[in-house]
Design a protein. Structure first.
Length: 409
């Protein structure tokens, strides 16, 4: 008989993994709500032309990574590789420009990119996408960046680096691209095939090459920061000043350009070497021309995409060992179980995750189950009394009728 497995590059989120997964995504939702971002969910499939027009026909995403197919009606559709373009499409389609600006939106959902599966990188992966559409205020750039820094703080992630750059706009970038192209002509012999291919689509993409040797050579190339117009230079200075006011530390990365065509001005990445060579846990930037590119009026915007699976790799052991259940009752069959049932119900009403054994285990087996579930309180019932065990504290005893109040104090 055929033994089926999940397709390569996908993964199941098992029940044992769900508490941590739900905690992390719950923190994402809470932080977004506190900052005034409202949830939006878009379809998993989009018109292929939307992806090509926004990501760029020469980008790695379009050339190598999209899941594109023709449906039964002959339409070319693509599984969404990221969420910014779909959210912007919804902004235009549903007239969100008529509502108060900026529209502060977020989504959490699966994205699809065909790539070699690696640690923390799946072909079907989940992302938090946060977008602020309708303003070019540099304070919003800083807010979006600080929002993710606050999420990391709440999750206990501290060993990361924030890299920051400005890549200019349509006014100043052409002159820079001309300078860069001349430099690349002079150093063509030092480039590899990947760099030449990226240059053929968009010269800025050469900075995304994987070869460390070529990256070292490109360190001597002209920097976009040297060619910014006055408006872009002032905008970037303001973004940095606002980040300083927030107390968000960052490093300037003159070659940080991101891999999609729609980026302008501010670009940024949060990196954590805990996840290995693919160390970016969040990346984003400003996209002031994207809405116009898909048929809307000129509308500025900024946002980021942050992988959930990658973020989980950044969590420390303390977060990974969070309890799967708050209270676990250890009791014999019969009268003890009848006494416990109303306590279970009351604890759950008070918002605590409470459970007991349903597998007919011995007391020793039930204690083992409580350990596997990393119970916050293990309640060993003996008639009308109970002994309560908490990690790192001495055992204590209580009457069953006072137990719920003492635990939920």
């Amino acid at each position: 008989m055929t033994r089926f497995e999940a397709p390569r590059g996908t993964h199941d989120i098992l029940p044992s993994e769900q508490p941590l997964w739900q905690w992390v995504t719950g923190q994402m939702e809470d932080v977004c709500a506190l900052y005034g971002y409202r949830r939006i969910d878009t379809p998993g499939i989009e018109d292929t032309e939307l992806v090509i027009r926004t990501s760029g026909g020469g980008s790695d995403v379009v050339q190598k990574e999209t899941y594109t197919f023709e449906d039964r009606g002959g339409r070319s559709l693509t599984l969404r590789p990221e969420a910014t373009a779909p959210i912007c499409r919804a902004y235009v389609q549903h007239g969100l420009h008529r509502e108060p600006q900026p529209q502060k939106l977020y989504t959490i959902g699966p994205m699809w990119r065909y790539d070699r599966p690696q640690k923390g990188r799946y072909r079907e992966h989940w992302q938090l996408s946060v977008e602020a559409i309708g303003t070019d205020d540099p304070a919003v750039d800083a807010e979006v960046i600080q929002l993710y820094a606050e999420l990391l703080r709440r999750l206990g992630v501290t060993h990361y680096v924030l890299e920051l750059n400005s890549i200019g706009d349509r006014n100043c970038r052409p002159a820079y691209v001309e300078r860069l192209s001349a430099w690349l002509d002079d150093h063509d012999a030092d480039l590899d095939d990947e760099a030449r291919a990226k240059r053929a689509t968009t010269p800025l993409r050469v900075f995304d090459v994987k070869s460390e040797r070529v990256r070292a050579i490109l360190a001597g190339a002209p920097k976009i920061g040297e060619s910014l117009c006055d408006e872009c230079r002032e905008h970037f200075a303001s973004v940095r000043a606002f980040l300083d006011a927030y107390g968000v530390a960052y490093e300037l990365a003159p070659t940080l350009v991101r891999g999609l065509d729609y980026y302008t001005r501010t670009t940024f990445e949060f990196k954590d070497d805990a996840i290995g060579a693919q160390d970016t846990i969040c990346g984003g930037g400003r996209y002031d021309g994207l809405i116009e590119e898909i048929g809307g009026s000129p509308t500025p915007g900024i946002g980021f995409g942050a992988g959930v699976e990658r973020l989980l790799l950044s969590l420390g052991d303390e977060q990974r060992d969070a309890p799967n259940v708050d209270v676990f009752f250890v009791c014999d069959a019969g009268d003890d179980r009848e006494r416990v049932l109303p306590l279970l119900a009351e604890l759950r009403r008070r918002g605590l995750r409470a459970d007991m054994d349903y597998g007919g285990r011995s007391q020793k087996g039930q204690l083992g189950q409580a350990g596997r579930l990393r119970a916050g309180w293990t309640v060993i019932v003996d008639g009308g009394r109970a002994t309560v065990r908490e990690p790192g504290r001495d055992d204590w005893t209580a009457q069953l009728d006072e137990l719920v109040d003492r635990i939920s104090e």
